[in-house]
Design a protein around this ligand. Structure first.
Ligand code: RAM
Length: 912
């Protein structure tokens, strides 16, 4: 397999542990590209590292970074690209490279040494990044394809294209190859082969964009795939999001095409460059007979082109490839990770509800496809159809998939056992209907390929409550299954779009579980690229569906995610990069829709709140619905608050004053219109109206308790201690209840098993999170079994409240941590870990015989304020024991004893 080049544009983990010799060592070097406003490949990457030590209270005082153009030079401390010299600083994340200007293709080897208060570290192990193709003129390759249809193409409606195959043979000189690099983008999807070997293990690549604006290319080190003399390269192209799945219906870009440049450097100098152009040969007459993300793939093994990507293949019947127009977008190195098969699972059962129709149960609603082993006669056709649930008679329930055909077919070539999996489609499913299988299929014939972006796992979370653990597990499956180079709403029906509203606060929760930084940086760029001239931000990005409905709650995610990236990763570059576009959007909304300080425009309401009767998708009852202008205005206020923060960060004091002034005016107008001081109620007193007003700080001073009491009364009374909010209100529900003194009610809501609740979904067999609270009874027209939007702030609450891991208020990137767990009745233990940009944070607590035992890990070069639950107060004995551990007592607050602790591993305890 090829080793993918560690590009400057990719996060690189080069070291996974300390070397052990010195007391403190530098580990986990990462080179990250900052967001570039102009989208030109970055020439100033940022560098991050972590410190590792068994000692406590380790702080960095100085660092030194060396960057060299070769490993040998780096080893000899010959920093020909950059020597930062000794820098007095405790900063260990996102240090901007400031050396010699970097040019295309430069390999940069780097290492770090830190001076700490506990001594000087050794040099870290070397890490590397490589520069991409920075200038358009670096591309000698031409966009290549065949812009025309072939006999089996279906060009309208549910489109179908056979995959396009391209090949070229070339010869390399009889000299030692030093290095070979492949730059490639194949749209919508490509698979590349050199001498019949697959390049990389990625699937469904490159990442999807608005191809008229930006096109991402991938880079591979393919040195080991090449040899002196004759070589061949082959590329298969699938539709992806380029050749639309629905014409009309989903944005269409054109026939599949590619751009590819293979650069082979010889050890004794000189190079051979192979590029895509009209010297390539092409055919649409290969085994992939059709492919469409919604509808599936058809593969005819009888048409396999054995040896087509190796030299010596007879391509006499192939066509001459053509140079075709560029799709229009700039070529950019792909910064976010590719998609891959991240896990494989075995099916749990096969049934036969109708003779000859077999149903495979994966035991889990998953996203990806099946890998199948089959033996039978030539020409036999196996058909696989995918669904999330079954009907009562045990056959597939397809009604909620709308028009997606979700069907893969495989035609056997015969003789031996054949193994197959699709290349250019994916499904969201738990059950698979199998027909036409030559024998009785068994679970051993199949394997589920779980497919999503190669995001690193950063969090673990477990409690003593099995229901909470199940919800967490369902969320984990749903979140990762919906990463597809963008966060999608769902993976199964004919939609799969990047809906903004679904990911507002949810993305903050996701950031504990996965390293989603580059994925969301990319998505912010997608959003910006979809902004209209007039300033309007869409509800869906990339805008494969054109939905510019102008509201606050969906497009507002643009601002909320930039803030999330700043808080969770300590990176303010996305804010700097998108600030102007955000401002432009707000000005547009204000001009068009602001009436006397009230943002009148909304589109979705508190989307998917639990309706009054089980078959409804949306509530029809005005008393349950939150007023559009309440949603619009509270969100408008919140976005102003965030923009004020951004303005201060970017040193734009005038803007900050302006945003604050606007916010004040909006607050006054809002309270005058919607707040009833006598009852302490907003508008028609929905939980969402009161909750947003409270959590966003809009409630007039002194009325907070009254407003909160209305939230409690409504929840406890009319809703019998259940959730009453949809996608919007649920973003603040768990935190709002906890912050104002009712974390017990939040726990009750989180552990409910009856309608409406996450537990209700699980009681009804959900293994992911549903789109609707009443997903088992509602109309199938909008009823996915794998949406993450109703998670709201639940995952944030798990990590920040139950486990108690969060940034100190006002701090970012976990440089100063606040550890404040909630030892609620009903929970005996919580164990959580989170790998922050500074290193691993852990909180593991348990209650034992009335004593709270707490294991805490604080990474090097950070410190924490810990809130130790201590019931009626901390005893002198407990306090002294903790102080002996190196903690500094600060005082008591509510039922917590508060200490400051430096980095290290601690065991704390106190009587509850
Ligand atoms: C549905 C999507 C998405 C939601 C929009 C408004 O079609 O599935 O979840 O954001 O509607």
């Amino acid at each position: 397999m090829n080793k993918r080049l560690t590009f400057c544009f990719l996060t690189v983990l080069m070291l996974m542990g300390c070397t052990g010799k010195e007391a403190v060592s530098v580990v986990n070097l990462r080179c990250e590209q900052r967001v570039n406003p102009d989208g030109i490949d970055c020439t100033s990457p940022v560098l991050s590292w972590e410190l590792s030590s068994a000692l406590r209270d380790v702080r960095q005082v100085e660092y030194r970074i060396l960057v060299a153009s070769s490993l040998e030079k780096l080893k000899a401390d010959e920093a020909d690209l950059w020597d930062s010299k000794q820098v007095e600083s405790d900063r260990s994340i996102q240090v901007a490279y400031a050396g010699t200007a970097l040019s295309s293709r430069t390999a940069c080897y780097w290492k770090v040494q830190a001076v700490t208060n506990k001594g000087v570290t050794g040099w870290s192990k070397p890490a590397r990044w490589t520069m991409g193709l920075l200038a358009p003129s670096d591309w000698e390759a031409k966009w290549t394809g065949l812009d025309r249809s072939f006999p089996d193409d279906v060009l309208e409606g549910k489109t179908q294209l056979p995959a396009r195959y391209f090949r070229k043979t070339f010869s390399l000189e009889n000299r030692k190859i030093e290095k070979a690099t492949l730059y490639i983008s194949g749209l919508g999807f490509y698979e590349a082969y050199i001498n019949a070997k697959r390049v990389g293990s990625q699937v469904m690549s490159p990442t999807p964009t608005d191809y008229s604006k930006v096109i991402k290319y991938n880079t591979f080190d393919v040195t080991r795939l090449l040899s002196k003399g004759d070589n061949a390269i082959g590329v298969t192209l699938g539709n992806g999001r380029f050749f639309s799945m629905r014409i009309p219906g989903v944005r269409h870009f054109g026939y599949p095409k590619m751009i590819l440049q293979l650069e082979v450097d010889y050890a004794d100098g000189g190079k051979t460059v192979v590029v895509s152009d009209d010297t390539w040969m092409a055919t649409a007459d290969g085994p992939i007979r059709s492919n469409n993300e919604f509808d599936g793939e058809a593969y005819d093994a009888r048409k396999e082109l054995t040896g087509w990507a190796a030299p010596g293949f007879n391509d006499a019947g192939w066509l001459q490839a053509e140079i075709v127009p560029s799709p229009g977008g700039r070529l950019e190195a792909q910064l976010n990770r590719n998609i891959n098969v991240m896990e494989t699972i075995r099916p749990v059962a096969v049934s036969e509800p109708v003779p000859g129709v077999f149903i495979l149960d994966m035991g889990q609603n998953m996203v990806g496809w099946l890998r199948m082993k089959v033996k039978g006669e030539e020409g036999k056709q196996v058909k696989l159809r995918f669904a999330e649930t079954l009907k009562e008679d045990g056959t597939l329930y397809l009604d909620n998939l709308r028009g997606a055909l979700v069907t893969d077919t495989y035609t056997l070539k015969g003789k031996q056992t054949e193994t197959w999996e699709p290349s250019f489609t994916y499904h969201g499913f738990r059950y698979v209907e199998i027909t036409g299988f030559p024998s009785k299929p068994s679970v051993d014939n199949f394997e589920g390929q779980v497919v999503y972006d190669e995001v690193d796992l950063t969090g673990t979370f477990e409690t003593s409550d099995p229901m909470i653990n199940r919800i967490y597990k369902n969320a984990y499956w749903g979140i990762r299954g919906n990463y597809r180079g963008m966060p999608t709403d769902c993976p199964q029906r004919d939609e799969r779009m990047g809906w903004l509203g679904d990911r507002a606060v949810g993305s903050h929760g996701e950031s504990f579980i996965f390293d989603i930084r580059n994925l969301y940086v990319k998505w912010l760029n997608d959003i910006e690229q979809a902004q209209r001239e007039d300033g309007s931000i869409p509800d869906v990005a990339p805008n494969y569906w054109s939905v510019y409905s102008d509201n606050m709650t969906w497009p507002g995610t643009y601002v909320i995610i930039a803030n999330m990236l700043y808080e969770q990763y300590g990176d303010k570059a996305p804010i700097a990069s998108h600030y102007d576009s955000m401002k432009r959007w707000m000005a547009y909304m204000c001009e068009r829709y602001m009436v006397d300080g009230i943002m009148t425009k909304d589109r979705y309401g508190d989307w998917c709140m639990p309706p009054e009767s089980p078959e409804l998708v949306h509530s029809q009852d005005p008393s349950r619905k939150t007023d559009a202008a309440v949603l619009g205005t509270t969100f408008y206020f919140r976005i102003l608050y965030l923009l004020e923060r951004f303005a201060l960060l970017l040193d734009k004091p005038d803007d900050a004053v302006d945003f604050a002034r606007q916010a004040q005016a909006v607050r006054e107008a809002y309270n005058a219109k919607y707040f009833n001081p006598e009852s302490g109620q907003y508008s028609n007193n929905t939980v969402t109206a009161n909750l947003l007003s409270l959590c966003y700080g809009m409630v007039p001073a002194g009325y907070e308790e009254a407003v909160f009491n209305n939230i409690i009364e409504k929840t406890a009374g009319e809703f019998d201690n259940h959730v009453s909010t949809g996608l919007v209100g649920v973003q603040w529900l768990m935190r709002g209840l906890s912050d104002y003194g009712r974390p017990d009610l939040a726990l009750r809501i989180a552990t409910n098993r009856d309608y409406p609740s996450w537990g209700y979904m699980i009681e009804h067999d959900a293994t992911t999170i549903w789109e609707l609270w009443n997903g088992n009874t509602a109309d199938p027209s909008m009823n996915s079994g794998n949406h993450v939007m109703l998670l709201g702030d639940l995952i944030v609450w798990f990590y920040e409240y139950l486990a108690g891991i969060r940034n100190m208020p006002g701090n970012v990137g976990f440089k100063e941590i606040e550890m404040k767990p909630y030892p609620l009745d009903g929970l005996d233990y919580v164990t959580a870990s989170f790998h922050s940009v500074h290193g691993l944070v852990k909180s593991a607590w348990k209650k034992e015989n009335g004593v709270f035992h707490w294991d805490v890990t604080i990474p090097c070069n950070t410190s924490a304020t810990v809130y130790l639950p201590c019931g009626k107060g901390i005893t002198d004995e407990d306090k002294e024991a903790i102080e002996r551990e190196g903690a500094q007592f600060v005082g008591t607050e509510d039922n917590y004893a508060v200490f400051k602790i430096p980095s290290g591993v601690y065991h704390l305890k106190a009587a509850l």
